[in-house]
Design a binder for this molecule. Sequence first.
Ligand code: NG1
Ligand code: ZN
Length: 552
Amino acid sequence: QEQRRRLLDVASRFPLPSGCRFSYGTAGFRAYGATMAPAVCRAGILAALRSVKLAGAAVGIVITASHNPVGDNGVKIADPDGGMMAQHWEPFADALANAPDPDALLQLVLQFVKNEGIPLGGHHTAQVLLGRDTRPTGEYLLDAALQGINAIVGAHAIDLGILTTPQLHWMVRSKNKGIKASESDYFTQLIDSFRRMLELVPKDKSGDELAKKLIVDGANGIGGVKLEQIKAKLSGIDINVRNSGKEGEGILNHMCGADFVQKERVTPHGFSPEDVGVRCASLDGDADRLVYFRVSSPSDNKVDLVDGDKILSLFALFIREQLDIINNNGSQVNKSLSARLGIVQTAYANGASTQFLKNLGLEVVFTPTGVKYLHKKALEYDIGIYFEANGHGTIVFSEDFLSQLESLINDHSSEAANGSAQYHAAMRLMAASQLINQAVGDALSGSLLVEAILQYKGWSFQNWCELYCDLPSRQLKVKVIDRSSIVTTDAETKVSQPSNLQELIDKETANYTHGRCFVRPSGTEDVVRVYAEASMQVEADSLARSVAQHVE
Ligand code: NG1
Ligand code: ZN
């Protein structure tokens, strides 16, 4: 009774404006911030139910619209393992967000609770951790989320304040593992494991001052703020934050940030020709995306870009090298590690990166767009590395692999074995597994791993760039009346409906050397995206254009 009353109450406090339609999509609910309160409140209800269902395990809510304009906002839910909410709850998320009135909402919840066997009304507990980015609507929406959570009897909300998206995911994951989960624990883990990585850099590789210098474009978001807080404690690297989110420095994601740099390929606001040659990193507004760049020349604003694919390639190379050292090197202990290493990409990965990874003999697999698909696939391996070209990605390690690694390290604990290459490689993998955020892509921890690997290899930005040469590509958006009329298959690389479209795409593609092209409906915008690749830029452009015409 109490439960019914609370749900009716909260639903009447946040009526759904007519004409509003929310879809959970690839990144949760997103819209203009001021219109989001009903959806965010309902996400609060949803998160609390999810926690009740999972026996009171902590669930997370992040209020952010990532790389989108400052006026937008959004909400998404993190499951107890720190990953995205289980997909089979998404239809309920949609229905809940769109329930037209309090009665409909109540009926929906009761029905779902029954179907899913959620022990609502018993002596259950639930806890939801909340984080938000720096958007002006964040506090208002946080309140809506709190009201939604509190509408579930027994639910307990913990407001963690302003955080990067990956921090919140990390905290949810840590909390449920029973390990320390505060922000300072997060920082300590980053700082300590980064230091350990640098201690394991071979002495002959220690580079010059430029090798230690990094300029970070914080997109005027939360990532820059957090980096400023810890950079003094990161020894062995000299970090300078621009677009740090300080008053007066600029607008969130406006002419800056990872999305801007990756799409426009020009220097973000706040960078100048004086920065030519220095290694730069760019985060997005909630710091879950990372790309690198270098100002190419003093005379124009173009950049040399290192995107998610090349970050992935660097990580893959490093991990593979450590595994090879462990398994091939003669050493006193000579124990080998069996590890299945898997690389996960989407169709947007540059074809040259896929070729590079396959040439290394690595297993490369594809999933549809959206981190939830990539992450899930990566978990199937002992070490799974995934990235989207736009800079979202991470590395996940299986428990089994980590315990093998640990016992290998223990076997080497004798003085003599302790100096061996095998021992060092195992220590590097262990440190990397602690530095990288295994819950979700994290620009802060990701950039520190990049920096540590570059120092380990004694590599400049140029060396990294030259791993392979990107194939020219072009992305276009096409507005159509109903984007859901396009249905894809084979990890979105092929169109199955409308039935003749794939044939037309194949025909166009056949006209180009190294031609590759696919189309898919966006999960976050009301457009169909066209992607084309070919051996020359003009060809990629024209392939994309002609296929776009078939889509229109
Ligand atoms: P959609 O709009 O479904 O293409 C975009 C990005 C994804 C992912 C999501 C979530 C591209 C081509 N797509 O998805 O990679 O980041 O947003 O933010 O960049
Ligand atoms: Zn983001």
